[in-house]
Structures are given as structure tokens and as C-alpha cells.
Write a protein that binds this ligand. Structure first.
Ligand SMILES: NC(=O)c1ccc[n+]([C@@H]2O[C@H](COP(=O)([O-])OP(=O)(O)OC[C@H]3O[C@@H](n4cnc5c(N)ncnc54)[C@H](O)[C@@H]3O)[C@@H](O)[C@H]2O)c1
Length: 437
């Protein structure tokens, strides 16, 4: 990959298109609308609050990320998207129950004006939802065409110069890519034949890629991590990234586990359980949908700890993850972790983590950052899988054959170094020998 030169500035309006305008999407939208008016801080967002050090420590050059690279400004964003229920963003945010009226009321009219377009919904992929606001078409290929029409019309009507998409729709049942996902031509034939192995999120992703709209996957669905989508993204020069926003318990795991590993402390067991009462929790209550989430959550520890390489420390690790749908808590997720670790000579210790978090409050800034960074990536000429955005995901997508990097701090270093590299600054190694010469 070549270092980009003269990345075009972020001129014009940016359409942020969101399939799935539920809790996460509306929490993000409200936050952006409030931040625009100076009524709230975009806390948790690296693009809005983060800085990067440039050059030597003695140079004292620390700049905001938005000063280093040409990101779209919040005022340039136009929100749009699809859902399988007709609720506008205000009704959907009320239903989600994440934000209080004191916040929603300040931007009520703007939220009312954000209405979803009809969704593509083959219900076998999300059995717990009974979508009523859906498109009808004779085949999955026609569904792709209807979505493409939506995208073009939205961009034209709102006078946008470009668009990005972040999937915030429900988690689908666990699926694995098959021969229909192997090549662009096999997938297009599959769309025409309405192949039952082609999922809703894949139909959206295909339509967006065809329109050269960068696609980010916030769920554990197999939306773009299959060979045909990767081929299409490279061919059409579109960035893709995924998958499954790293929030809550998994975020904590990728903060704590690298600490144990750095100190060569052993682990015998890590038992994680959660209660969650929002619509996402309801969908995940179906075992087939939970399976998709479980696979995404389980890979993290084994990969950080390199269980095969460090057999004495992690060879016998038992890792379990549970999620229980518990309506009284709504979006206020509570996670418990019991960690059985051991130190010098194998002496056992325990650690308990009880995280009382808010799922969508943690996810919202990620959606914003991913929208802005994927737009930047496209202007910089990046295409295909954007591994530098692993920082945001539970199951980062990588080039075929490459293992993902899960350690949050390595991911952050990679992200910041990518920003330095793309803006012609020196990449930091943290070697620091020059201070002692
Ligand atoms: N909140 C977090 O911390 C977090 C973390 C990681 C991943 N996620 C994922 O983000 C996604 C959104 O989470 P949420 O809490 O907002 O869920 P939600 O249930 O509130 O919102 C999902 C929305 O998607 C809609 N939908 C479902 N199928 C659709 C389709 N085919 N087309 C268009 N819309 C469709 C639903 O009607 C709903 O409005 C889920 O997949 C979830 O697993 C969330």
C-alpha cells in the first residue's frame, strides 16, 4: 500500500447511512446533534477528543486528530438509514430508553425528521423480530437494486458529496460463508436465485459497496468478511471494516488480559456473564443469534494470550461467556467477570470485575469515529479491509491468513501510526534511544 499524498479535504456534506436505526444508532445521532449545538461533549470519541504526539517527546508537538487528518466536521453530516419498523429517530430513541427527555427534547424536531427507509428483511435471520416496514421484491438481486436506488436518492436529495455506512442492525443467526460467498460472480448469481445462504446484512453491504460507499459492520454478522465482498471492495476501491463493536465486557477483557500477559501471570479460568434488557438482548436470547455473538466474544482471550504458545500459563484456560436477557435493566447492562489467575510457583489468586455500563453510551462514539475514519480512508485511497480500525472491534477483520490483533493498546498504536503515516509524519516506534545518545 502506498503512502497517500494530498488527501482530498472533506468538502461537502457526508451522508451517514445506517441500516438498523435502534438504540445504538439513535444514541449516536442525538449525541452528534447535541454536540453540534454545544449542548453535550462527544465523550468516548477519538476523532472528537483524541490527540496524537508527533516527532520527539522533546518537540512537544501534540495535535488533535482532527488537526492532523482531514476529517468531516459534525456539521457536515446528514443522517439516513433503514429499519424494519417505521419509527422516526425520536420515537426509536424513546423506545430504546437510553437517553433522558432532557436530551431528546432539545433536538426533537431534528430527530422527527430522520425517518428510516423501508428495510430488507428475510425474517429467518432474526426470528425474534416481526418487521412490518419492509421492502417487497421478487429476488435478493432486486432488493440490492432497491437499496441502491435509496442510496442514490438520499445522496441527491440531501445534496451530499459522498456517503459512508455503519451497520447498526440486529445480530443475525450464526452463519458461515459457503461457495456462494466465494467470488463476485457466484454471489451475484446467488442474489438472482435468492440463495437462502445470503443474509440481510450481506444484501445491504453489497448494495452499498456497489455504490462505492464504505461499509462498517458493528454487529457480529458475516456482512463483508467473505471472499466475494472483499474482492468487490478491492475492485471498486471501497474501504470495509468490522466486526462487532468492542464495548462493555469485551472492551474490559482487552484492557485487562494484555496486563496479565505482559507480566507473565497465568490464567486458569475466565467466567463472564451479563444481563441485558434491550432489543439487542431480546434478539440475542435466541440461541442461533447468540451463537454469532459468542463466537465473536470467545476469540478475544485465546488470541491475546496466545494459548498455544504459552502452554504453562494459559494451556488449561477455561473461558465461558453468557448473556441473559433480563428486561428490567433495559440498556443498562451489567457484566460480571470472575478471573482465576495464578502467579509465582502457581499460587492462585482471583479478580472480580463488576461493570455496570450502558451499552449504547459506549457504542455511540464508536459509530461516529468509524463513519469519519472510513470516509477519510476512502479519500486517502485505501480499499478493502481496514485493519487499522481494529481498535473498535471484538472480531477485527484482517487479510486472509493473518491473525487479528486484539490488545487495545497495540490497536491504538496501530491506529495512531496509520494517521501519522498517512499525513506524512514519522511513525513512532517508542524506541527512544535518541534521548540517550
Ligand atoms: N450496544 C453495544 O454496546 C453493542 C456492542 C457490539 C455490537 N452491537 C451490535 O450493534 C447492533 C445494534 O445494537 P442496538 O442495541 O442498537 O440494537 P437495537 O435492537 O436497538 O437496534 C437494531 C435495529 O436494527 C433493526 N433491524 C433489524 N434487522 C434489520 C434489517 N434487516 N434492516 C434494517 N433494520 C433492521 C431493528 O428493527 C432495530 O431497530 C446489534 O447487532 C448489536 O449486537 C452493539
Amino acid at each position: 500500500m502506498k503512502r497517500p499524498v494530498n488527501i482530498p479535504s472533506a468538502e461537502g456534506k457526508l451522508a451517514v447511512l445506517i441500516p438498523g436505526m435502534g438504540a445504538v444508532a439513535t444514541t449516536m445521532i442525538v449525541g452528534v446533534l447535541l454536540a453540534r449545538r454545544g449542548k453535550g461533549h462527544p465523550i468516548g470519541s477519538l476523532t472528537q477528543m483524541g490527540t496524537v504526539r508527533l516527532g520527539r517527546r522533546t518537540d512537544e508537538r501534540v495535535v488533535k486528530i482532527s488537526e492532523l487528518v482531514p476529517l468531516a466536521d459534525l456539521s457536515q453530516i446528514e443522517f439516513g438509514g433503514w429499519d424494519i419498523f417505521p419509527d422516526d429517530a425520536y420515537e426509536s430513541a424513546k423506545h430504546a430508553g437510553v437517553l433522558r427527555d432532557e436530551h431528546l427534547d432539545l433536538v426533537k424536531e431534528e430527530l422527527r425528521a430522520i425517518k428510516p427507509m423501508r428495510g430488507v428483511f428475510y425474517p429467518e435471520f432474526v426470528k425474534r423480530l416481526n418487521g412490518t416496514y419492509t421492502k417487497a421484491a421478487a429476488s435478493k438481486a432486486e432488493m440490492v437494486e432497491l437499496l441502491r436506488q435509496d442510496i442514490r436518492e438520499f445522496i441527491a436529495k440531501r445534496g451530499c458529496s459522498r456517503a459512508v455506512a455503519v451497520w447498526c442492525g440486529s445480530t443475525e443467526v450464526f452463519t458461515v460463508p459457503s461457495e456462494v460467498h466465494a467470488t463476485v460472480s457466484a454471489f451475484e448469481a446467488g442474489l438472482k436465485a435468492s440463495d437462502p445462504r445470503i443474509t440481510n446484512s450481506q444484501i445491504y453491504a453489497w448494495a452499498l459497496l456497489k455504490e462505492r460507499v464504505p461499509f462498517v459492520n458493528g454487529s457480529p454478522n458475516v456482512a463483508v468478511d467473505f471472499a466475494a465482498a472483499q474482492e468487490l471492495a478491492r475492485e471498486l476501491r471501497v474501504p470495509i471494516a468490522g466486526k462487532d463493536f468492542k464495548t462493555g465486557q469485551t472492551l474490559m477483557k482487552t484492557i485487562v488480559a494484555p496486563g496479565f500477559k505482559s507480566r507473565m501471570l497465568g490464567l486458569r479460568g475466565w467466567y463472564s456473564t451479563n444481563i441485558l434488557g434491550n432489543r439487542d438482548g431480546e434478539v440475542l436470547d435466541d440461541p442461533d443469534n447468540f451463537k454469532a455473538k459468542e463466537v465473536s466474544k470467545l476469540g478475544v482471550l485465546e488470541s491475546i494470550l496466545e494459548t498455544e504458545r504459552y502452554k504453562i500459563l494459559y494451556g488449561d484456560l477455561v473461558h465461558k461467556v453468557r448473556i441473559d436477557y433480563y428486561p428490567p435493566r433495559g440498556d443498562d447492562k451489567e457484566g460480571w467477570d470472575n478471573i482465576d489467575l495464578f502467579g509465582w510457583l502457581g499460587y492462585p489468586m482471583q479478580m472480580k470485575i463488576n461493570f455496570l455500563c450502558k451499552d449504547s453510551i459506549l457504542a455511540a462514539p464508536l459509530v461516529l469515529d468509524l463513519a469519519l475514519f472510513s470516509d477519510l480512508a476512502q479519500r486517502a485511497g485505501f480499499r478493502g479491509t481496514q485493519e487499522w480500525l481494529s481498535f473498535y472491534f471484538k472480531s477485527p477483520m484482517t487479510a486472509p491468513g493473518l491473525y487479528p490483533e486484539h490488545d487495545l493498546f497495540i490497536q491504538l498504536m496501530k491506529l495512531k501510526n496509520t494517521l501519522r503515516w498517512m499525513s506524512g509524519e514519522e511513525v513512532l516506534t517508542h524506541l527512544g534511544h535518541e534521548y540517550y545518545d
